[in-house]
Design a protein around this ligand. Sequence first.
Ligand code: ATP
Length: 234
Amino acid sequence: MSAPLLQTHGLKSWYGDFQALYGIDFEVREGEMVAIIGANGAGKSTFLKTLTGLLKAPAEAVRFEGRAIGGLPPGEIARSGIAMVPEGRRLFPSLTVEENLLMGANTRRHGPWSLERVFSLFPILKERRHHGGTELSGGQQQMVAIGRALMSNPRLLLCDELSLGLAPIVIREIYAALPRICAEGLTAVIVEQDVGMAQQASQRLYCFQEGRVSLSAASDAVTRDQISQAYFGL
Ligand code: ATP
């Protein structure tokens, strides 16, 4: 089996005096799609923020491509090939779709993703390229947020709550794009409240509970009972 693309070992994280993560052991291998599930406040977003350098970590607690990256500034982590689709999309409201996408190219690495490639993944964005980001539906805004992350040509895509606030049909459309993205050589970690969607979309899943990993398993092998137990601590 290949070496992990990203690995954390005993990762802890704090907001001031408040400890949010209590030693997370996690790994994702090249080409894998791994889901993280867990109740509100379990620490999923905190984990992603720590991976992207928004929250500090000891260097050795996070390794990417074999290199210790914990505690590096967010810009350096982005340039090393980790891109994030943040919870709530966070588009620039005064910019057009195309300008929002181009913002992702600020930390651009060499690779297959370009405006045209993003438009072929999400054709509606080409039609709307000159519209303001906030004139779009929630689903279209999520497509822009994904496209913006892809524009940096990352090796690892971190997605926080892709389905939040979206209708089921739109969620399916967004999730249908993920295998096509991974086929371009990307690896993805998705944080997802919708357990069924997370299980269906991923090869492996982790459940977090109160800042700890309560379950780590192959997505197609895990049972509903195991998930309930790990999710709610029943
Ligand atoms: P959600 O689905 O609600 O986003 P989550 O699993 O992503 O949940 P986190 O947002 O990572 O959970 O929160 C983990 C813990 O850290 C919670 O107890 C939360 O209250 C706390 N927390 C999150 N952000 C902050 C912050 N900026 N300052 C202080 N505590 C925070």
